[in-house]
Design a protein around this ligand. Structure first.
Ligand code: ADP
Ligand code: ADP
Length: 225
C-alpha cells in the first residue's frame, strides 16, 4: 500500500469553486514530497483532505492504508499528523509538556507511555530542555518545533506540514531542516520556500488550479519552476 493514493480527487467549496479538479497522486512510504504552487492552487485544500477534515466531492483517496471516510476518521487522525503554519493553532496549554502530552492522553494511553512519547517527541525536535516552559514564551522557530512534537507524539505514519519555514530567521530555518531530515516518516511539505523544499525533499509536485502539473525529482521540478 501507499502512504497516499489519490485518484481523480475533486473538491468544490460550498460556493461551487472547484479547488481540486482531478488530483492523481501516489506517495510511497518514507518519501519526502514537496507540494509547490501559487496561492489559490489548492494546496491547503489537498492537505485538509489527508486526515478527513474535508471530504472529496468525487474521486478516491487512501491515506496510510485507510480509505478516507466517516468510518476511518478516528484512526486517520491518529495516523496523519497535520502541522499548520501558525503554531498557535496547535499550542494552547500552559506548558510545552502538557501540549505534547495532550494527544497521547486523548488516545487513552497510560501515563508511562504518555511520558515516553513526550520525551521522544521533544528529543526528536530538540526541545527536550523546554518541557516546562510556556509555549507563548518561545520563539517562532521553537513554537514550530513544539507544534511538530505534538503531532509526532501521536506516532503518525504521515506528517503533513504547511509552510514550515515561514517567518523563520536563517538559524531557526536551518535548525528545523536538521530536525525534519532526521524524522523517519513520510513527509508532505507544502511550501513556497524552494531552497527548503530542495534540501528536504527528494520529490516535488506542482499544483496549479487544482491539478498536478509537474511531478518528479525535486531537483528537476524546482529547476524548471
Ligand atoms: P492554496 O493553499 O494553494 O493557496 P487553497 O487550497 O487555500 O489554495 O485554495 C484553493 C482555491 O479554493 C482558491 O481559489 C481559494 O480561494 C478557494 N477556497 C479556499 N477556501 C475556500 C472556502 N472556504 N470557500 C470558497 N473557496 C475557497
Ligand atoms: P494559505 O495561505 O495557507 O493557502 P489561504 O490564505 O488560502 O491559506 O486561506 C486561509 C483561510 O481562508 C482558509 O481557511 C481558507 O479555507 C479560507 N479561504 C481561502 N480562500 C477563500 C475563499 N475564496 N472564500 C472563503 N474562504 C476562503
Amino acid at each position: 500500500s501507499c502512504a497516499i493514493h489519490a485518484r481523480g480527487l475533486r473538491y468544490s467549496y460550498p460556493n461551487g469553486h472547484a479547488a481540486l479538479d482531478g488530483v492523481d497522486l501516489d506517495v510511497g512510504h518514507g518519501e519526502r514530497v514537496a507540494v509547490l504552487g501559487p496561492n489559490g492552487a489548492g494546496k491547503t485544500t489537498l492537505m485538509l483532505h489527508l486526515n478527513g477534515l474535508l471530504r472529496a466531492t468525487a474521486g478516491s483517496l487512501e491515506v496510510a492504508g485507510l480509505d478516507v471516510g466517516p468510518k476511518t476518521l478516528r484512526e486517520l487522525r491518529a495516523r496523519v499528523g497535520l502541522v499548520f503554519q501558525d503554531p498557535d493553532d496547535q499550542l494552547f496549554m500552559g506548558s510545552v509538556r502538557e501540549d505534547v502530552a495532550f494527544g497521547p492522553l486523548n488516545l487513552g494511553l497510560g501515563r508511562p507511555e504518555v511520558e515516553r512519547r513526550v520525551a521522544d517527541a521533544l528529543a526528536a525536535v530538540r526541545m527536550d530542555d523546554a518541557a516546562s516552559r510556556a509555549p507563548h514564551e518561545l520563539s517562532m522557530g521553537e513554537r514550530r518545533r513544539v507544534a511538530i512534537a505534538t503531532v509526532l507524539a501521536m506516532d503518525p505514519a504521515l506528517l503533513v506540514l504547511d509552510e514550515p519555514s515561514a517567518s523563520l530567521d536563517p538559524r531557526a530555518r536551518r535548525e528545523l531542516l536538521d530536525v525534519l531530515e532526521r524524522i523517519p516518516r513520510t513527509l508532505l511539505v507544502v511550501t513556497h520556500d524552494l531552497p527548503f523544499a530542495a534540501e528536504l525533499c527528494e520529490r516535488a509536485v506542482i499544483l496549479s488550479a487544482g491539478r498536478i502539473v509537474a511531478d518528479g525529482s525535486a531537483e528537476t521540478v524546482i529547476g524548471d519552476a
